[in-house]
Structures are given as C-alpha cells and as structure tokens.
Write a protein that binds this ligand. Structure first.
Ligand SMILES: Cc1cc2nc3c(=O)[nH]c(=O)nc-3n(C[C@H](O)[C@H](O)[C@H](O)COP(=O)(O)O)c2cc1C
Length: 187
C-alpha cells in the first residue's frame, strides 16, 4: 500500500474533557483533548496542558484537579471553556460547581461523570506539562448507570479530531475488546 507523509499533529478521536482547578481562588474549567488513563491500580489519569494556560497554576496551587466528562449537549459551553482563559475571564459561573472528598478540585454538576484527582507527577515537556493524577473520587449521574456501571452511550461524550478541529459523537459498536481477536490465538 502506498503511503504519503501527513501533518504530524494528526491523531484519531480523543475524548473531550473539562479540567477543573481553582484559579485566583475561584473555580476554573478548561477544555482538554489530550487526556488518557495511564495507570491501573491505583487508577491514574494524565492530561497534557500548555504551560501558558491558567490551569497549570491552579493545579500547582492545590495539588489537585478534576476531570469532567461533558455530554454532547454541553458542546457550546465546553468549547467556550477552550477559547477563553481563566487569566482574563471568570469561568466559575459557566457551570453549577460541586466538591468531593478532596475539597479543592471543582467538579461540574451538569457533567454525567466527574473525577477528582490528586496530583502525582508533573512531567515538563517543551510546550506542555503532562499532569498525572490519581483518581481520588469518581461520580456519575444515576441516569447514566446501567447494570451498575456507567453506560458510555448514555454519557454521550464528545470526541475531538485534529487537525480538522471537529467534534464527534460515538459511532456504532464494532465488537468486544479482549474478545474480537480470540479466533487468531493458538489454543
Ligand atoms: C476542544 C478543545 C480541546 C483542547 N485541548 C487542549 C489540550 O488538550 N491541552 C491544552 O493545553 N489546551 C487545550 N485546549 C485549549 C484550552 O482549553 C484553552 O486554551 C483554554 O482557554 C485554557 O484555559 P485556562 O487558561 O483557563 O486554563 C483545547 C481547546 C479546545 C476547544
């Protein structure tokens, strides 16, 4: 198959989350596409955040942050939080805020799933810092729980593609992980 070189900033869909911190003593939320699980036990999550944003200051101030998963219905507000900085704009009233056990990581009541994290490590990179947090608390709306677990179609998360900068919703269920390849395993 012939290949051609493409822009190096391409990646397949990323989750869109809102990272919550305390900036100048008030709740602040920024949109983040570069967020992923990075450790199983204890559960840890990592976010790549530009060093010029207000959010790194907020994380440094309390050693905590939250990761809020918006549904597609929150696209407009999420995008807004990705365009204006807490340095110049008060984003504390965009959402209804609540706190969990950590007390310092603001979470968003309107988001169907929210995680509060304790900072474990900050890895400084040329333009961004990879903030690794241990998940200290996880909360979900009753309406998205199915058979005792969060149901991803019910959460209806936003996905992001770059460099076309488009939001997407979940597609069709293609198969089951740790199962679809079983027929190729030698017995
Ligand atoms: C959909 C979307 C995803 C984004 N993902 C990231 C990201 O992963 N890392 C980052 O540093 N900035 C990201 N941004 C940009 C920040 O959200 C934006 O600069 C924001 O204003 C920073 O807010 P703050 O200064 O209050 O921290 C994203 C913006 C959008 C719209």
């Amino acid at each position: 198959m012939e290949k051609q070189e493409i822009q190096k900033n391409f990646f397949i869909p990323m989750p869109v989350v809102l990272v919550g911190t305390q900036v100048q003593g008030r709740a602040n939320f920024m949109a983040v596409g570069w967020c992923t699980r990075v450790n199983g036990n204890p559960p840890m999550i990592a976010c790549g955040i530009n060093n010029n944003h207000a959010t790194p200051e907020g994380i440094a101030a309390t050693g905590t942050f939250s990761v809020n998963i918006p549904s597609s219905a929150l696209m407009e507000k999420t995008d807004y939080c990705g365009m204006v900085s807490g340095r110049t704009t008060d984003k504390s009233r965009v959402f209804d805020v609540f706190y969990g056990t950590l007390k310092t990581a603001p979470m968003i009541r309107e988001c169907p799933v929210t995680l509060e994290c304790r900072l474990v490590q900050a890895v400084l990179l040329p333009t961004h810092t990879l903030f690794i947090g241990e998940i200290a608390g996880a909360y979900a709306d009753n309406s998205v729980i199915k058979d005792g677990k969060p149901d991803v179609p019910a959460i209806d998360p936003l996905l992001l593609t770059m460099p076309d900068n488009r939001y997407w919703r979940l597609g069709r269920h293609a198969g089951d992980a740790w199962s679809a390849g079983k027929s190729l395993k030698s017995s």
